[in-house]
Design a protein around this ligand. Sequence first.
Ligand SMILES: Cc1cc2nc3c(=O)[nH]c(=O)nc-3n(C[C@H](O)[C@H](O)[C@H](O)COP(=O)(O)OP(=O)(O)OC[C@H]3O[C@@H](n4cnc5c(N)ncnc54)[C@H](O)[C@@H]3O)c2cc1C
Length: 458
Amino acid sequence: MATPFDALIIGTGQAGPALAARLAGAGMKVAVIEKAKFGGTCVNDGCTPTKTLIASAYAAHLAYRAADYGVELPGAPRVDMKRVKARKDAVVASSTGNVEKWMRGLKNATVLRGHARFTGKNTVKVGGEELAAEKIFIDVGGRPLVPKMPGLDSVPYLTNVSIMDVDFVPEHLLVAGGSYVGLEFAQMYRRFGARVTVIEMGPRLIAREDEDVSQAVKEILEAEGIEVRLDAQCLSAQKEAGGVAVGLGCKEGAPRARGSHLLLAVGRAPNTDDLGLEAAGIKTDKRGYIEVDEELRTTNPNVWALGDCNGKGAFTHTAYNDYEIVADNLLSNAGRKWSDRIPCYALYTDPPLGRVGMSEAEIRQKKLTALVGKRPMSRVARAVEKGETQGFLKIHVEASSKRILGAALLGTSGDEAVHSLIDAVYAKTPYTDFQRRVRIHPNVSELLPTVLEDLKPL
Ligand SMILES: Cc1cc2nc3c(=O)[nH]c(=O)nc-3n(C[C@H](O)[C@H](O)[C@H](O)COP(=O)(O)OP(=O)(O)OC[C@H]3O[C@@H](n4cnc5c(N)ncnc54)[C@H](O)[C@@H]3O)c2cc1C
């Protein structure tokens, strides 16, 4: 006999816990199932630990630059990786512990530990126990993608999960993957003192971004001594004395990169292959992402998929927004849709990149007539005062409607300053109205209206 519940929630990543709390609060009898660490990727192997490590890397970088600010240190700064890791572990332990305490303390909720698998349209098995519910919510997230690279099975490699145990500075870190995850690790380990080589298959870094953004990020990383190898189309791996060699097949430069350690950062795969989805009539696409409708309902009308596993977002804020959509629709009949979401995210290199809306490529693809305003950070007072003038501010507007279409803020505080533009894009504010609002001096945000003063055709 299956144990009956009103709702089952599989996974405690960024959507599951909030949904469990909201449904239990509404009087539903809820079961929450987690097979590994409470809080999922973001809390344990993603956002929280990387941003904590990046803060240590920034401190090291600033210490090296102390003399630029007129500050004398008694000697060269030294990074103690054991303490860097201990600081990261403490922040993560507090976050994951808080999620577990929250879940276990919920009235009307039962927490089960184990791997959940569907056994039927409304039943799930966890260990030896079968559970049944009218409504089931999948929030199983993803894991690092391990590519089919010749030789990879014979070399040791790190992923964003296993690198969390590293408490030393690798002599030379090879980072396979020149996108968001890879670049954050590349810069932080360079700042900890490692030699770093980034290996990217494509012709440029962060290929989703505009070319000027990719180029500027590459120059920023190279200025810190990071080697960037592009067009590495024939990747292979081989064990060598003292480390690993990666065959690049690049058009230019040495055909191999040699290093002491290899980090794979080449993408993510959804955790949907071992969920028994067929038993519940739930379809996935070719890459394993669960098919959902506008309200995040799967091909089984009693099951919803939220977060990274539905392929509609790859961020903590998109997973959390999925929770809000599902809960509001179920409890308040709100008619919310995931497709109303405007893309926004940040790359947490230093300086960071804050992004909202359409890139140049998307504007061209949609055949919109657009104008662009751009200003280097060297002409932003706050950046000059902080001694952090790398990057630029760029905003796109539609010529006819004057609506802000998108922005890329690559510069100090770009990840924060982008939020006023996110609000403007949601509100469809004409840029001429946006320009009239007073902002605080001296701030990066203060210069956004100025960027819009000098618009040129895209
Ligand atoms: C290195 C890195 C840095 C990142 N930095 C950022 C950032 O700065 N900002 C940002 O917005 N996003 C960031 N992300 C992305 C972010 O971590 C994810 O988008 C977010 O965690 C997705 O949440 P989720 O709820 O979909 O899944 P997850 O957080 O992956 O959680 C899924 C949970 O489900 C559990 N689970 C899986 N299968 C089962 C099963 N069968 N039974 C029971 N439990 C199961 C897992 O154990 C896990 O706890 C980063 C990702 C990485 C890898």
